[in-house]
Ligand binder design. Structure first.
Ligand code: NAD
Length: 505
């Protein structure tokens, strides 16, 4: 690991503020990063103080004034080079993500691949920032809309996607002519410093080092500063609903723009006609992958009562095969939780199961004798729809299995929680599938068929409804949130006709 850290330019103690150049901070504080996999210290990052934060934002503002004038396809060319540079470091960055966030190596590398994919997407997008033209009701007039760069995009990210979520925002923002100030999770600042440094080097070669800037904090303080900062017209915040509510309030007070990507509480519906092989692998990956620490993890399986026994039997057999251990070791399927607090939340949820009338069908224990105390058993709970636990997002591999009578019942339970991120159905019946996808079906931002709720591709707009925050990132037309729309009307005649036939003479 030492070799990888130094190849990525990380020192024992790395700086934590970067604007047009590295900015020193006199906070005297450092974030100490410990791998959840084995408790080893991976490094330390200096915490940016208020002055360093201010310098980063004023640098970003200065760079924006020039960057916005660069033609969008040329901005795309810079992002193309960023994608190539990320490709060159994919293995090393993947290992770092794995060591720092505790996800298995294949998911760590997959996360960097996602950053590469969105860079590729953004390159194409740089030639497709289309505006509409409209027919004017006035003679000899033309109307159209155009999209201009917005300014600084403040990106606050969560620990569980320490690189990809930033890239979803930063690659799109960059081709849109914006500059980005990144405030990563205090749990995963090393990935942020390494990824940002690679992208900054590329930007520097084009004379725009400050497009991608970074401030590392050791708590909510810098995120709060960003949210309150009127110089930052758009805040994209990913994390818990609690954080999103605080950020939304602060940004709303200054009438800024917010893209919120918050907690999920995702369900899959299993119908009697489903292919059970697909169901078992889909639910296994969705509930156990990333140790249940994806915003899109499957937390509730809503299973038709006629196939419940078969479902549980196959799923328990699959859970028994899950290799739990060091995420960097090939063959491991499930690594640790991120920190002791997450283990406490897991334990507390399991303890509540029987009190709320449920029953642990598999797992339920914190594992002893592992390389760190953060490993838990993936857990299956036989639950009923009245349980309060089902309404909450416990960020751990706990799957609540609830019997349903029919698809309508499944949809009702799917929609009965306050979050609205992802959902899915396993069925080959057209009526069930189309009902689930209809206006009266799933109320989530993502609705999948014959697959789990996690593992989205970058081509679609990603995000969810209700307390998930309503934001959309990545593909489709998410780019529009990173630009300001301008409606233009041009008179090329000799008269000045007024709209709506108004006469003023
Ligand atoms: P968290 O809310 O604890 O922290 C996320 C980020 O917000 C961190 O950078 C943190 O420093 C910052 N922050 C915390 N309080 C803040 C405040 N008051 N003001 C400004 N910034 C603040 O979340 P986490 O534990 O890192 O991540 C897990 C959560 O993130 C889960 O709820 C998960 O579902 C959610 N998540 C959502 C998505 C999505 O796209 N919808 C993606 C990943 C994670």
């Amino acid at each position: 690991m030492r070799d990888i850290l130094s190849a990525l330019g990380l020192q024992d103690s790395s700086p934590g503020a970067f604007g047009k150049s590295t900015i020193s901070s006199s906070s005297g504080r450092e974030v100490r990063v410990v791998s959840p996999a084995n408790g080893a210290e991976l490094g330390r990052v200096a915490v940016a103080d208020g002055a360093a934060y201010d310098r980063v934002v004023s640098d970003a503002l200065e760079v924006f004034k020039e960057w916005r004038k660069v033609p969008a396809p040329e901005r795309g060319e810079l992002v193309r080079k960023v994608g190539l540079a990320l490709r060159d470091s994919k293995q090393q960055l993947g290992r770092l993500v794995s060591a720092e966030a505790g996800k298995i190596l294949s998911e760590g590398e997959g996360e960097i691949q996602e950053a590469i994919d969105i860079a590729d997407f953004a390159v194409g997008l740089s030639r497709q920032l289309y505006g509409k033209t409209m027919h004017s009701e006035r003679r000899n007039h033309r109307m159209y809309e155009q999209w201009h760069p917005l300014g600084i995009v403040g990106v606050i990210t969560a620990f569980n996607f320490p690189a990809a979520v930033w890239a979803w925002n930063a690659m799109i923002a960059a081709v849109c002519g914006d500059v980005v100030v990144w405030k990563p999770s205090e749990l995963t600042p090393l990935t942020a410093v390494a990824v940002n440094s690679i992208c900054r080097q590329v930007a520097k070669q084009s004379g725009f080092e400050g497009i991608f800037s970074l401030v590392v904090g050791d708590g909510p303080e810098l995120g709060q500063k960003l949210a309150a900062d009127a110089r930052v017209p758009c805040i994209s915040a990913t994390g818990s609903c609690r954080m999103g509510k605080a950020v939304a309030k602060t940004v709303a007070e200054r009438l800024g723009r917010c893209i919120l990507e918050l907690g999920g509480n995702n369900a899959t519906i299993v119908m009697p006609d489903a292919d059970m092989k697909l169901v078992t692998s889909g639910v296994l990956f969705g509930a156990v992958g990333t140790a249940g620490q994806r915003c899109t993890s499957i937390r509730r399986a809503l299973v038709h009562e006629s196939v419940m026994d078969q479902f549980l039997e196959k799923l328990v057999a699959a859970y028994k095969q899950v290799r739990i251990g060091d995420p960097l070791v090939k063959g491991t399927l499930m690594g640790p939780l991120i920190h002791a607090g997450a283990v406490d939340s897991y334990r507390a949820a399991v303890e509540r199961v029987s009190k709320e009338g449920g029953q642990v069908a598999y797992g339920g224990k914190v594992l002893a004798g592992m390389p760190s105390p953060l490993y838990v058993e993936p857990t299956i709970v036989k639950a009923h729809e009245g349980m309060q636990l089902l309404k909450e997002e416990t960020f751990a591999p706990i799957l609540y299995v609830v019997p349903i009578r029919d698809v309508e019942h499944g949809i009702e339970i799917n929609n009965s929680v306050s979050q609205g991120l992802s959902s899915s159905i396993f069925s080959r019946n057209m009526q069930s599938v189309e009902g689930f996808l209809s206006a009266a079906g799933s109320d989530c931002g993502i609705a999948n068929v014959n697959m789990g709720t996690s593992g989205a591709e970058i081509g679609g707009a990603f995000g969810g409804e209700k307390e998930t925050g309503g934001g959309r990132e990545a593909g489709s037309d998410s780019w529009k949130q990173y630009m300001r729309r301008q409606t233009c009307a041009i008179n090329y005649g000799d008269d000045l006709p007024l709209a709506q036939g108004v006469v003023f003479s």
